[in-house]
Design a protein around this ligand. Structure first.
Ligand code: MTE
Length: 400
């Protein structure tokens, strides 16, 4: 296969055929690793072959910054590291297709079936993308930052765009990264250079980045138009294939993640041995907000939403904020004021009496964020099956 040069972990679950490579870790393996995901278990979403970049070629890797700027320029990887301050902070990347399997079970979408492990967290090291763009001096009409990767695909290079004012906002933490957890990016994750856009769907974080083009309009790249959108729910696969205008409507493009959560303990249909067990069982899972918003409550129901109980939330990201200089892997200064924003997932837990679990048919979780957005009860089906975030449910099987 074209990816013969790419090392991969045998635990990863392939979600599509042999090629391209799309995978998630077994959910429990991902969850049990805790806050930071090891690069081997980090989910992978590739549209095509992974560009082969030899170590000897990294220093000379070129990024060009062009378009509506007064000072277009090209810069090598080595010069980016030399000339721009490098910072490190944790970021959770989430594929917009996370939890799509549940949509496909209701009605087949055009996307493949992600479980709830289409997300991963790493300490990313890189420079603020805004620093390079400032050097290029955007002109008055500049509104968007288009990015392009080196992976040549059936419909051209992978590319997309985000708004220029987001990139220039230090609270958004948008970076050009070359390291994950202190090591050079692995080939699957963008070696040697990628964009990382916290709080937005993973699809905007262009890997193997070679070009930044400043424009007045959103990207016209094929993958920007025909991927990462939530079309109105009545648009069927046939309708979307017949009428291009659905795709051409930028209102349906997705950027900020919506808040979401999943239950890891117990696993779906896990046989809970309740006899002789301790008096309480600790239900546990993850949650994340979008656009830098913090999850402010996680709630559990054992009766399909009639009554709710409040879970405890653990934002491990906060430890990185408090202990900036003590964090071992931390090797830069934070010039983003990211104290005000949340870039990562959090964990929640709740102890439930085993006697109550014995009575329950299922367990469901929903979250609310600081803007009071709450996960919906009902699924919003759409043709690409993206942003699926209704209450997450596990059924429990009981033994004894
Ligand atoms: N960048 C390029 N160049 N090519 C791609 O196929 N996939 C995007 C994004 N950036 C992609 C890309 C999508 S849809 C996602 S969800 C993330 O990369 C996945 O990043 P990861 O594979 O490092 O987890």
């Amino acid at each position: 296969t074209p990816d013969a040069h790419v090392p991969r972990d045998g635990r990863l679950i392939r979600l599509t055929g042999v090629h391209p490579f799309n995978c998630e870790a077994p959910f429990r393996d991902l969850f049990d690793e805790g806050f930071l995901t090891s690069p081997e278990l980090f989910y992978v979403r590739n549209h095509g072959a992974v560009p082969e970049v030899l170590d000897s070629d990294i220093a000379g890797w070129e990024l060009s910054i062009e378009g509506l700027v007064e000072n277009p320029f090209k810069i090598t990887f080595a010069d980016i590291l030399r000339q721009y301050e490098q910072v490190t902070y944790p970021i959770t990347l989430v594929c917009a297709g996370n939890r799509r399997k549940e949509q496909n079970q209701v009605r087949k979408s055009k996307g493949f079936s992600w479980g709830p492990a289409g997300l991963s967290t790493a300490l990313f090291t890189g420079c603020a993308m805004s620093d390079l763009i400032r050097t290029a001096r955007p002109s008055r009409k500049a509104r968007y930052v288009c990015m392009e990767g080196a992976d040549k695909l059936p419909n051209g290079y992978y590319g997309t765009s985000v708004k220029l004012n987001w990139v220039m906002d230090p609270n958004r933490g948008i970076m050009l990264a070359h390291k994950m957890n202190g090591e050079m990016l692995t080939p699957d994750h963008g070696k040697p250079l990628r964009a990382v856009i916290p709080g937005q769907i993973g699809g905007r974080s262009v890997k193997w980045i070679t070009k930044i083009i400043i424009t007045a309009e959103p990207s016209d790249n094929w993958y920007h138009i025909y991927d990462n959108r939530v079309l109105p729910t009545q648009v069927s696969p046939e309708e979307s294939a017949n009428n291009d205008f659905w795709w051409r409507d930028e209102r349906y493009a997705i950027y900020d993640l919506n808040n979401n959560s999943a239950i890891a303990y117990p696993a779906h249909e896990e046989q809970l041995c309740l006899k002789g067990a301790p008096e309480t069982y600790r239900v546990r899972g993850y949650a994340y907000g979008g656009g830098g918003r913090r999850i402010t409550r996680a709630e559990i129901t054992l009766d399909r939403g009639k009554t709710w109980r409040l879970a405890h939330i653990d934002y491990q990201e906060d430890a990185f904020r408090r202990a900036e200089d003590d964090v071992k892997l931390y090797d830069g200064t934070l010039d983003v004021n990211w104290r005000e924003t949340c870039f990562c997932w959090c964990f929640w837990d709740l102890d439930i009496a085993v006697s109550e679990l014995a009575e329950a048919k299922d367990i469901m979780v929903r979250t609310m964020d600081e803007s009071m957005n709450v996960q919906p009860r009902d699924m919003y089906w759409s043709v690409l099956g993206m942003m699926n975030n209704p209450w997450f449910r596990v059924t429990i099987a009981k033994e004894g």
